[in-house]
Design a protein around this ligand. Structure first.
Ligand code: HEM
Ligand code: HEM
Length: 416
């Protein structure tokens, strides 16, 4: 406050806060997106958590932070290469704020429309307690990463002495690597802009977080390649896992385009974000070689974990059994299965729900590859799908499976 650096100082603060904020979200996001493959049931819960009011507020803040950080990053990149324009710094900083506001107004309106749609449909919602509790492992993980780095740093200090650390950063070699990182931050920033804006447009504006779990809704960015569950470009079961599976399985000329897209974003943002974290942490640990070294380790550990966990998920394949587990998890959590308007309930959803609700053994992955076998009396009973309402009940007395009593009748198996 006493520095009185005018708008330049505030741009610096905002850039730093927005970078750290996006990084915090990024860590949570990569770990829980990997669950779509590793723990499908848990992924369903994670997305349900995103769909609660606390995270909805966070989502608006996240989009604001990404947009500001991107525009301000572009300002830094352009002006770094054009010292003759430095006299326009102040004007440029105002332009960044103006453009951020101009972008956010329509984007927020569109996002808000998705939010209203969702809450008006009166969906089942996880409680705040569950939401807060779910974040504890992330906090513990982050603290653990810091503890491990401090231990590592102390050990290194013990063996090589602390003066060595100071010499490295001050040496010519150090400044050469810093020059590399300086360029990396700028080039990666430029590459991240279209990737992250494209990703957010798909996940917020076109579909929105709330549309990830709508049964019968077409999945953004993919076309049907077959009529199998995970190839018809439709989220038949209304599970978030099927949404991700449709995207990651989508091939264009045998190339899984969205996996490459996500991988590029993953690598660029992990290294950029964690190198940014290193800048921030080392700024405040200048005078303590041990903490300074620990800051570097925590950044390396963090970036590496992101790439291994996120990359590991991208290499695997989400199959029918993962979708089935996700659906079971939704039913267990008592989450409503919302259906796209005017869309007939898919045979998969119908059949699986009957099985799950009928308390039968999970028929995971067997004979469920295409819609063809759905004619068979899978579970036989006409224990109509509305039973799910009872199962998932009580939270708000809402019809869990279907708001529209016609839905099950439309599916044509004479339930009623
Ligand atoms: C959207 C495109 C992005 C652009 C154009 C961009 C640009 C930049 C630039 C130019 C810097 C300053 C680097 C320096 O001081 O040498 C920076 C710093 C930083 N960025 Fe980004 N970035 C972007 C996305 C991200 C993302 C996705 C994250 C998080 C995962 C992130 C986290 C950070 C952090 C933590 C810093 C350090 C802030 C500081 O030193 O005060 N950035 N960014
Ligand atoms: C609330 C906002 C966001 C939502 C709802 C969202 C949603 C998703 C979804 C559904 C996936 C699964 C794969 C896919 O469909 O492509 C995904 C993957 C991914 N997202 Fe986001 N995203 C958001 C924000 C971001 C941001 C801001 C970044 C970058 C800073 C990001 C980076 C990634 C990456 C790298 C992957 C691949 C993950 C992996 O390798 O496991 N996302 N996101």
């Amino acid at each position: 406050m006493r520095y009185r650096g005018a708008i330049g100082q505030w741009s610096w603060v905002l850039h730093r806060l927005s970078g750290l904020g996006v990084l915090l979200f990024f860590v949570i996001h990569i770990i829980d997106t990997s669950w779509a493959l590793f723990y499908p049931g848990l992924y369903e819960k994670a997305i349900a958590i995103y769909q609660t009011p606390l995270f909805t507020v966070g989502e608006f803040l996240l989009v604001a932070a990404v947009v500001y950080h991107a525009y301000n990053g572009l300002r830094i990149v352009i002006l770094d290469y054009k010292p003759q324009w430095w006299r326009f710094q102040e004007r440029a900083a105002w332009w960044v704020l103006g453009l951020t506001a101009l972008t956010l107004i329509p984007v927020f309106l569109l996002m808000f429309a998705h939010v209203l749609d969702y809450y008006n449909a009166n969906p089942t919602m996880l409680s705040l307690g569950v939401v807060l509790e779910s974040q504890i492992p992330f906090v513990v993980g982050i603290v653990l990463a810091f503890v491990v780095s401090i231990i590592l740093s102390s050990l290194v200090g013990l063996f090589s002495g602390d003066s060595g650390a100071q010499k490295t950063t001050a040496s010519k070699g150090g400044s050469r690597s810093e020059r590399f990182w300086w360029s990396y931050m700028r080039i990666s920033g430029l590459l991240i802009v279209p990737l992250v804006f494209g990703h957010l447009a798909m996940m917020h504006v076109v579909q929105g977080v709330f549309d990830l779990t709508v049964a019968g809704k077409s999945v953004v960015g993919v076309a049907a390649t077959s009529d199998a569950l995970l190839g018809n470009a439709i989220n038949d079961t209304g599970t978030a896992v099927e949404f991700v599976g449709e995207r990651w399985n989508y091939l264009v000329a045998s190339v899984a385009v969205w996996r490459f897209y996500d991988f590029a974003l993953l690598v660029l943002a992990s290294i950029h974000g964690f190198n940014g974290l290193r800048y921030v942490l080392t700024d405040y640990t200048m005078s303590n070689p041990m903490l300074r070294r620990a800051s570097i380790y925590v950044s390396i550990i963090g970036g590496a974990i992101m790439i291994v966990v996120g990359g590991g998920a991208l290499i695997g394949t989400i199959d029918n059994s993962a979708v089935r587990i996700a659906l079971e998890s939704r039913v267990d959590l008592g989450l409503e299965i919302r259906e796209a308007e005017g869309v007939e309930r898919s045979p998969f959803l119908e059949e699986w729900l009957n099985e799950i609700e009928g308390g039968q053994e999970a028929a995971t992955g067997t004979g469920l590859d295409t819609g063809a076998d759905t004619e068979s009396p899978a579970v036989g009973d006409d224990a109509d799908a509305d039973d799910n309402a009872e199962a998932s009940d009580a939270e708000d007395g809402d019809t869990a499976v279907s708001d529209d009593p016609d839905d099950s009748a439309e599916s044509g198996d004479g339930d009623e």
